[in-house]
Design a protein around this ligand. Structure first.
Ligand code: KIV
Length: 286
């Protein structure tokens, strides 16, 4: 049975939210959502079939994250994934989409060299996948590249806090910006990204109070992962929230399904049915 407060909060959400009426999510729609206090929902996807499901469900933003390197290819880090592989994933996602904004990660090694390299990689993503925007990790050190990409008319999403492409610099995946010096740099970087023209910013695994402060300081939407509830939206890796990954259990992750168990159970049942000749039965053959 639902509590009264749950029922009231559901009514408030359905009154406030116009998300189902939005035909196409654009960067402009996202800034309007921030203005009226409507939270932005974002998930990763890397293939046609899952992108179709989450777009039909009404997700606002789909991130073709370089986390594909971990969850799709089984690498330990996001570093090995290539630009060609990101384009393959992104074009599969774009073919599935009617409504969501599709943002693609520039992978490690495709933009750090110089701003021309960053622009060339971006142009390949936009031309070959049909995506709507790109995301890059970093602050002051990538501002020139961001400006050059924006000059070409491509929207850029920033990413600060835990930036997995720099994992060998950090050494661990623990919470970032707990110390004042790093927190101050993050605040400065977030302002630089906004001034450069980023349309939104992802904050990963930083203290909730700091994330809230950044979101309040900026007029662009701030989307958190492990950054608390004071930001303008949330992003999770789809495979994590569906429980396909068993090994990854950070505190910030809410699992909505145990798909690992569900899929394993279904496959075990199928094996049993085949072995016992129960499958196919008379109705399942010609
Ligand atoms: O690659 C990714 O999935 C990401 C999210 C964790 C924000 O960058």
């Amino acid at each position: 049975m639902q509590t009264i407060s749950k029922i009231l909060s559901n009514i408030a959400v359905s009154n406030m939210s116009v998300y189902r009426e939005i035909k196409k999510v654009t960067t402009h729609v996202l800034s309007e959502m921030k203005l009226r206090g409507e939270k932005i929902s974002m998930l990763t996807a890397y293939d046609y079939s899952t992108a179709k499901i989450i777009d039909d469900a009404g997700i606002d933003v789909i991130l073709v994250g370089d986390s594909a390197s971990n969850v799709m290819a089984g690498h330990e880090t996001t570093l090995p994934i290539t630009l060609d592989q990101m384009i393959y994933h992104a074009s599969s996602v774009v073919r599935a989409i009617d409504r969501a904004l599709v943002v693609v990660d520039l992978p490690f090694g495709s933009y750090q060299g110089n701003s021309k390299e960053a622009l060339n990689s971006t142009i390949r993503i936009m031309k070959e996948s049909g995506a709507h925007a790109i995301k890059m990790e970093g602050g002051a050190e990538i501002i020139e590249s961001i400006q050059r990409i924006l000059t070409a008319g491509v929207p850029v999403m920033g990413h600060l806090g835990l930036t997995p492409q720099s994992i060998y610099k950090f050494g661990t995946y623990t919470v970032r910006a707990k110390e004042e010096e790093e927190a101050e740099k993050l605040i400065k970087d977030s302002q630089l990204l906004q001034e450069a023209g980023c349309f939104a910013l992802v904050l990963e695994k930083i203290p909730a109070e700091l994330a809230k402060r950044v979101a309040q300081n900026l007029h662009i939407p701030v989307i958190g992962i492990g950054a608390g509830n004071g930001v303008d939206g949330q992003v999770l890796v789809l495979h994590d929230m569906l429980g396909i990954n068993k090994q990854f259990n950070p505190r910030f992750l809410r699992r909505y399904l145990d798909l690992y168990g569900e899929i394993k159970g279904a496959v075990e049942q199928y094996i049993e049915d085949v072995k016992s000749t129960d499958f196919p039965n008379e109705k399942e053959q010609y």
